[in-house]
Design a protein around this ligand. Structure first.
Ligand code: SAM
Length: 402
């Protein structure tokens, strides 16, 4: 396989393609492994050699050969430095999603919930030619590369579903330093040939790519993603002219990503003006729900039943209290309701019982921290244009217009 991003290796090796060190939930660090380097974390010190040769997914304990972090803690009690702690991390092979969660941010980035939805709606599959602008920190670039080059974890060779054309991401960025940095990352990640970064202002100059020899190449794109402040300035360059950046034999799908509704309105108007149809704007709202069982109040904390009948109802179906239920039934039949003093049931195995016999109700609460950059996603389609000959040829073959 071309890139470590497309297949999971049996063991981690020293490489410029980073391994992903998972420190804790939602906290990953991308680390290019090299034999004599060391990773310092708040969970302890990890020589890279302790990761190398391990299968991805392994748990690694902090190195004991470094000074005991608890000693350091004592020494640093009066200093501003955060004390180190002993602990462990997991070391993983890189994927587009893990890169998104660990990459160095040079701009706002598109997070996985958005990029997966966008790529799905753009119909990106192995063989797709995807235009992306601006490339920014390269988060979407990696997601698109995986989808367009090869959607399979076994790293099939990137040919399109019909075996014809290799998938490619044509990425544009007008900030020189960002374009340079992303080019380095793409090379280090083994994605050269799958991602092509062009340093260019797409609003002013469009999406054709100029080779050093003066030759012009068209991305012949069938999917376009614009994460730009003014996408309406780039849309006029996405037409079916003679020197078009679009695939002349395919319908083209576009998505623009804008945080303000004013940007959306302008984008929609420009899309319609330039012949795009099925214009639709959606906003994704991601929520992570924490589901847990509520700790119920037991009988022994003051919320006890006030009558035998209530006690029986509460204990209905609770096996642990079978004996007490029998006693209550007897007391109820004997007309002892007036003498009922409440129940002093023990907590049993430590879990308090909910009155209706369940172990506590399931509750959920929203976690506010799921990372996604709330923006409006505007989708549209530019239909394929048919010449008279193509119409005739398709009719002769009995093909449907696509
Ligand atoms: N989608 C990217 C990601 O997932 O990492 C983030 C893109 S960032 C929000 C927007 C980028 O567009 C910036 O890096 C900016 O330099 C670039 N940009 C803005 N206007 C541009 C233009 N006219 N041509 C090319 N790039 C442009």
């Amino acid at each position: 396989p071309v890139s470590a991003f497309f297949s999971i290796p049996d063991a981690l090796t020293p490489s410029l393609t980073p391994a992903i060190v998972h420190l804790k939930r939602d906290f990953n660090q991308a680390v290019p492994l090299s034999v004599d380097a060391t990773l310092q974390t708040r969970f302890g010190t990890f020589p890279h050699s302790s990761f190398i040769s391990l299968p991805p997914g392994s748990q690694v304990r902090a190195s004991p050969s470094y000074p005991d972090p608890r000693d350091q803690r004592k020494r640093k009690r009066n200093s501003d430095d955060q004390p180190a702690a002993t602990g462990f991390v997991h070391v993983l092979a890189p994927t587009a999603e893990l890169w998104t969660s660990s990459l160095p941010h040079r701009t706002q980035v598109v997070y996985t919930p958005d990029s997966s939805y966008i790529l799905h709606r753009l119909g990106v599959k192995p063989g797709s030619q995807v235009i992306e602008a601006g490339a920014g920190s390269g988060s979407f670039t990696h997601a698109a590369a995986r989808a367009a080059y090869c959607g399979y974890p076994d790293g099939r060779d990137g040919l399109g579903w019909n075996g014809e054309k290799k998938g490619k991401v044509w990425s544009f960025e007008f900030h020189a330093e960002r374009a340079k940095k992303l080019r380095e990352e793409i090379a280090n990640h083994g994605l050269n040939g799958i991602v092509r970064i062009t340093h260019k202002d797409v609003c002013a100059e469009g999406f054709l790519v100029f080779e050093e020899e003066g030759e012009t190449i068209s991305p012949a794109a069938n999917a376009v993603f614009l994460d730009l402040p003014a996408p309406w300035l780039a849309i006029p360059h996405l037409t079916r002219t003679e020197q078009s950046a679009l695939d002349p034999e395919a319908e083209v799908r576009i998505c623009t990503f804008s945080p303000c509704i004013e940007q959306v309105t302008r984008t929609c108007a420009t899309l319609r003006q330039y012949g795009w149809v099925d214009v639709q704007t959606v906003e994704l709202s991601h929520q992570r729900l924490e589901v847990r069982r509520q700790v119920p109040r037991g009988y022994d904390d003051g919320a006890g039943p006030r009558s035998i009948a209530e006690a029986l109802t509460r204990l209905k179906g609770v096996n642990d209290f079978r004996e007490q239920r029998k006693d209550l039934q007897v007391a109820l039949s004997a007309g002892e309701e007036a003498n009922f003093q409440g129940l002093g049931f023990k907590k049993g195995n430590g879990r308090k019982m909910w009155g209706n016999g369940e172990e506590g109700r399931l509750t959920s609460r929203q976690e506010p921290d799921l990372k996604s950059h709330t923006s409006f996603l505007t989708f549209a389609i530019l239909p394929r244009e048919w010449t008279e000959e193509q119409e005739k040829e398709a009719a002769d073959k009995g093909e449907d217009k696509g």
